[in-house]
Write a protein that binds this ligand. Structure first.
Ligand code: NAD
Length: 532
């Protein structure tokens, strides 16, 4: 264990020194337990030393229901504010986040274990989302004037109304970005929000909630609930008006079924098995670097990270050498600074899953080209960045999501073969193509079944473009975050139609036959004039 901070006795030795009991209490007070009083608690395990992190109150189903009702009471006043007033809170939050980022970087690392650079990417992403929706939310939600059936005397507009109370469920792998990045557009659109903290990473979310209060967010507009994943999550889906879920495909299906029973909308950002294609004309050094950045980002615990690398046979050997060299250059460690490229896995469960996938593949004939083993001398959940080849369809990691720092290499005869391999399986989240011929790579990208495709970048470019939607197809989910869809999904469309001449229909005394003939003449004229 090489975490640099000394530790109070009762919690993990990796606890950052500035995290005092007083600070913890100032964050955990944000857990909404109005019914139970928070008698039950939950405690997560810090990845750097497998010691306990802080005790956090655990909500009951009744607490969750009450939290949603409290948020519902606070929502109308928030929605009545001007867009600029809501945006001002979000921009103040942005500034505080950038200023105080060291605190949240420490917390993310303590709770989740990732390398500091990957924690900083969460700050970067949330900062960009906050600024973007504060500045552009009004345009995304602006009234749209449409052509009415009776010109001049009628006017029809499509407007957007907030859903009401939005429930947000997000996993532990990006506790700041996924917990807060989806909350910001919901708030900007005039909703109240209830976020379920993941049991592994509640402190990051609670710190952020406290920061949003400093930025001026009214107290009950954003409620936080915590507790065992399934019970708390289900209770939330049972009461909110829309649910934004990020997590595994298996849980996403359960959430979708539960939301469907209540006829509420849901966006589902689920798992992936993302391919990166190296075409014959690729810049091999760039492709190897792009693979390492995208495969081992967040220790491979990133929905859009690369798990399958499909290489044209003409450049397979050259690429493999470059990838092995780049992989062995990765600095694995656990420090509260920027000296490591890759952190440990987040938990024993993650270590078991990743070790199990690699052991199964090796037992069935795969070859380890780099890594392939835990590194307990670095930390209890550390696992070496790993490259495999010879992976076949009977191995669990071939098409099952590993969610760890492991990539498998596949050899492709030509572009068609590469496309066939890339489109295997049922996931469709993110993909990547490396090629010097950008026009041809663009055409190739459009044939990959995935919600996003990066050309000459592994994963970050599309995900970091906050103006472009991000989401999956197939088993990778429904709906998008970021861009227009990332805020409009938190609203209901309403059509407001106004007549200056009273009810639309045959004027009093006009024979219906005459009115119908006029209507038919209008239909024919509009068709002739090519009116849309
Ligand atoms: P998970 O599905 O087990 O849990 C996700 C969240 O759902 C957690 O907060 C959990 O407490 C909660 N939950 C558990 N059971 C629930 C239920 N029955 N009802 C409601 N909520 C419930 O996922 P995980 O293993 O913690 O996270 C990793 C998965 O998330 C991976 O598959 C990864 O690909 C996916 N992910 C997807 C995206 C994306 O944007 N597409 C982003 C990050 C992670």
């Amino acid at each position: 264990m090489t975490a640099t901070r000394p530790a109070p006795a009762r919690t993990s030795d990796a606890r950052p020194a500035w995290v005092t009991e007083r600070k913890l209490a100032s964050w955990t007070r944000w857990v909404a337990c109005p019914v139970s009083g928070g008698v039950e608690t939950l405690t997560a395990t810090a990845p750097y030393d497998a010691g306990p992190t802080a005790q956090v109150p655990a909500c009951t189903a009744a607490d969750v229901a009450a939290a949603v009702e409290t948020a519902r009471t606070a929502q109308p006043a928030w929605a009545l504010l001007t867009h600029d007033a809501r945006a001002a809170v979000v921009l103040r939050f942005h500034d505080l986040l950038v200023e105080r980022q060291d605190e949240v970087l420490d917390l993310i690392q303590w709770e989740m274990g990732k390398a500091r650079f990957h924690a900083w990417q969460e700050v970067l992403q949330v900062g960009n989302l906050a600024r973007h929706y504060a500045r552009h939310g009004r345009a995304y939600l602006a009234d749209t004037r449409v052509r009415p059936p009776v010109p001049a005397v009628t006017k029809v507009r499509e407007v957007r109304r907030p859903k009401g109370v939005v429930g947000i469920i997000a996993p532990w792998n990006y506790p700041l970005y996924l917990g807060v990045g989806d909350t910001i557009p919901a708030l900007v659109a005039g909703n109240a929000v209830v976020v379920k903290a993941d049991p592994q990473t509640p402190l990051t979310l609670l710190w952020t909630r406290a920061l949003m209060a400093e930025a001026g967010l009214p107290e009950h507009v954003w409620e936080v609930v915590a507790g065992p994943g399934a019970a708390t999550g289900e209770a939330l889906v049972d009461h909110v008006d829309f649910v934004s879920f990020t997590g595994s495909t298996a849980t996403g299906r359960l959430v979708a079924e539960r939301a469907a029973r209540r006829l509420i909308g849901a966006s589902l950002e689920l798992g992936g098995k993302n391919p990166l294609v190296v075409r014959a004309d690729a810049d091999i050094a760039q492709a190897a670097r792009g693979t390492v950045l995208a495969a081992f980002a967040n220790t491979g615990q990133m929905c859009i990270h690369i798990e399958r690398v499909i290489v044209h046979t003409d450049v397979y050997d050259e690429f493999t050498d470059a990838l092995r060299a780049a992989t062995s250059g990765q600095r694995l460690g656990q420090t509260y600074d920027f000296s490591c490229d890759v952190g440990p896995l987040a938990s024993q469960a993650q270590l078991d899953k990743v070790s199990g996938h690699v052991a199964d593949a090796v037992a069935k004939g795969a070859t380890v080209l780099a890594g392939g083993r835990p590194r307990p001398e670095i930390g209890p959940y550390a696992y070496a960045p790993t490259v495999l080849e010879g992976v076949t369809g009977d191995m669990g990691l071939c098409l099952g999501e590993t969610f760890g720092p492991v990539v498998a290499l596949y050899r492709a005869r030509d572009d068609a073969d590469a496309l066939r391999i890339a489109n295997q399986g049922t996931a469709g989240l993110s993909a990547s193509v490396f090629s010097k011929d950008l026009a041809s790579a663009d055409a190739f990208a459009r044939r990959i079944r995935a919600g996003s495709v990066n050309i000459n970048d592994g994963a970050a470019l599309a995900a970091g473009t906050v103006e472009a939607g991000m989401g999956g197809v197939g088993d990778s989910g429904l709906g998008r975050r970021h861009g227009a869809e990332g805020i409009r999904k938190y609203t209901d469309a309403q059509t407001v139609a106004t007549s200056r001449i009273g009810p639309i229909g045959p004027p009093p005394g006009t024979p219906l036959e005459r009115f119908v003939a006029m209507g038919n003449a209008q239909l024919r004229a509009l068709r002739r004039l090519r009116v849309r």
